[in-house]
Design a protein around this ligand. Sequence first.
Ligand SMILES: [Zn+2]
Length: 266
Amino acid sequence: MILDTGRDNLRLKDRLERLVREKRISHAYIFEGPSDIDKEAFARGFIKGVLCPKGLGENCGQCSICSKIDHGNHEDITYFRKDGLSIKDASVLALQEKIKVKPVGDRNVMVISDCDTLTAKAQNSLLKTLEEPPGDALIILLSENMENLAPTILSRCVKFRIDAQTESLEDEKAGKMIEMSISGCRFHELVHEAGDYLRDRTKAWMLLDSMERVYRDMAIDGSDARRYRFEDICRYVNSIEEARIRLKQKMSAEYAMKELLLEMTE
Ligand SMILES: [Zn+2]
């Protein structure tokens, strides 16, 4: 298990675990989340999943590597935090020197906390590293609001949003159904999974909202894009809107939803 966040961020956790297990680890990530979330702890969970020798995605939490990561003294991991009000160019230059050094273990990991405070000059320097990241280096940016970063930086990172709120049952259900749809399940399987959500209009509304969130997140982060086509996501979001219209027209939840489920299994 990569992240031990209880019920929080279940879906995010699943997605990260899958990326790591399937060896689809990118060079650069942004984790965005509000100030009251310990984003460094979140990053440590992810790094353990990548570096733990028990296997990709394991994060055993007991081996010497996991323990070093927990205690912040792993040789290959460097944290950069703001100095005063900002992270200045000098810090990024230090990162560039450090990242060139051959790691003791599998890869160098650079974690930039407070990356919202990178000065314009520092962002420019960082961009050069993101354009040509050396070797197996892993760069993790932690942000409260990724809009503070230049679009050129954003476009080179895989982006994830860490939500403070516990996922609702609808979010879990939507995540599961969409996963089934991507894996090519049959219509009747999706209908079965939807269960009560096809019988109750209020529940149907909530499920539609959750589904839209899941699809939008997928479109934004793009890290999983090999498993689905962007055009399909747009089509599903449209179908969700059409299902809402059917609900507004007082059609039964079952009728309003089934057309969407049919589309999701085509
Ligand atoms: Zn371990």
